[in-house]
Design a protein around this ligand. Structure first.
Ligand code: CTP
Length: 401
């Protein structure tokens, strides 16, 4: 229907980029990107009306997002028809603008397009050797200034190489080195670097990518004193194991995965260096809290737990209940003592879900006066429950009485 609507409007329609790449690599497809040779917004409006979708439009960029009732999204961009005046009296030539659109992209593997118009539906367009590079499992840029134009592509090259198990082509690798040598990150906003780093940390296993980043000396882009020592990698491996365990059991409980890797990467840095890294990356305030204050709090608490031989189940509960998933997982990766690791895991899988049956109104029924005593009693009931003393609601009421 996309192609049919395009035909009605006189536009050539293509599905492009990551969609086609992931299709050929038989990988899960998350986004659909459409390029319209013509007015993408006009297309989106017409198509959405026909299909009962909502749209968001961005006039300035000629882009739109089509949103289906079940929230499935299609991104639409306009590749405007470009006209070139030829010498003398020859007619104006219309240049295939899909080619120009694809030529602006980062790597050959992202430059494939498939035509959607009914006449040539399914025809694949490969101007830049994408099929060859997918077959060779190689990341290659389209032109030599790619990284100078947009240094974030250095991180993207590493991300794709890690995700697909592709190598970075020799010329492309040299272009990365050259761009780093000429200090291409100097004028790049920290937020853009942060966004790329987060994407790498969100990958299933970012550790090979972190090693590749280090091989190019990219950790020095974050801070000249940031050094990744073997201990850092051990901790990252341990984070990877814990997150795999967690994600298998709690698939639908989202948490910032990236933050756990980032915390591990900063583990050996001084507070001052971490602060400077956060400033360099323009880390937003809330996320700064994760990487700085709250991480230090989690590390301090873990030290206290590990250095005390008398930490009870209840004490552990009341300590850990103040920490969100990302810190609990970070602590599990950091902890050395296997018994404590088990206790933290038990907190996460069992204890944190334990809630008393009784509520304030049960205490009112017992004739108690509302006030701070209520929360004290409920806390004691919870402690007894954690200890396995109370099983039923009746037992809890008797205990409270
Ligand atoms: N792109 C680019 N330079 C960038 C970012 C993106 O040229 N710095 C291009 C890429 O060619 C890509 C397209 O813009 O195909 C869309 O970007 P994005 O959605 O980030 O790419 P995906 O390939 O879909 O990446 P992912 O699978 O990680 O979502």
């Amino acid at each position: 229907n996309i192609g049919k609507t395009g035909n009605e409007l006189g536009f050539n329609m293509f599905v492009v980029g990551g969609f086609v790449r992931d299709l050929l690599l038989s990988r899960q497809i998350d986004d659909i990107d459409i390029v319209v040779e013509g007015d993408g917004i006009e297309f989106a409006k017409t198509y959405a009306k026909k299909e009962g979708c909502r749209i968001n439009t961005y006039k300035k960029f000629g882009t739109a997002v089509i949103i289906y009732p079940d929230n499935f999204k299609i991104d639409v961009a306009s590749a405007r028809l470009e006209y070139y005046k030829t010498p003398a009296a020859l007619p104006i030539v219309e240049k295939s603008s899909i080619k120009l659109d694809l030529a602006r992209r980062d790597f050959t593997i992202n430059t494939l397009a498939i035509s959607l118009n009914p006449d040539n539906f399914g025809t694949m367009i490969d101007y830049f050797g994408a099929n060859r590079d997918l077959k060779d499992k190689t990341i290659r840029t389209i032109h030599n200034l790619s990284f100078v134009e947009d240094p974030t592509r250095i991180f993207r090259a590493i991300k794709f190489s890690n995700r697909f198990g592709f190598k970075i082509g020799k010329v492309t690798s040299n272009l990365i080195k050259n761009a780093i040598t000429i200090d291409c990150f100097k004028n790049l906003s920290g937020l853009r670097v942060l966004s790329e780093l987060k994407q790498i940390f969100e990958e299933e296993n970012p550790i090979p990518a972190i090693k590749t980043m280090e091989s190019y000396g990219l950790e020095k882009v974050l801070h000249k004193d940031l050094t990744l020592i073997p201990n850092t990698y051990q901790l990252l491996e341990s984070v990877n194991k814990i997150l795999s365990w967690h994600d298998l059991l709690y698939m639908d409980e989202p948490y910032p995965r990236w933050a756990v890797y980032f915390m591990a990467m900063l583990n050996r840095c001084s507070y001052k260096v971490c602060e400077q890294i956060c400033t360099r990356l323009n880390v937003p305030l809330r996320e700064r809290g994760i990487l700085l204050e709250k991480r230090y709090k989690a590390e301090k608490q873990l030290n206290l737990i590990e250095s005390s031989s008398t930490y009870t189940k209840q004490e552990l509960y009341w300590t850990l209940i103040n920490f969100k998933t990302e810190y609990i997982l970070y602590m599990m990766a950091l902890v050395k003592d296997e018994e404590i690791k088990k206790a933290i895991s038990n907190f996460y899988t069992h204890q944190r879900g334990i809630k008393p049956y009784i509520k304030g109104r049960d205490l009112l029924k017992l004739g108690l006066q509302p006030g701070p005593v209520f929360s004290a009693i409920i806390k004691q009931v919870l402690n007894a429950k954690l200890d396995g003393q109370l099983k039923t609601r009746k037992e809890e009421i008797q205990f409270a009485a």
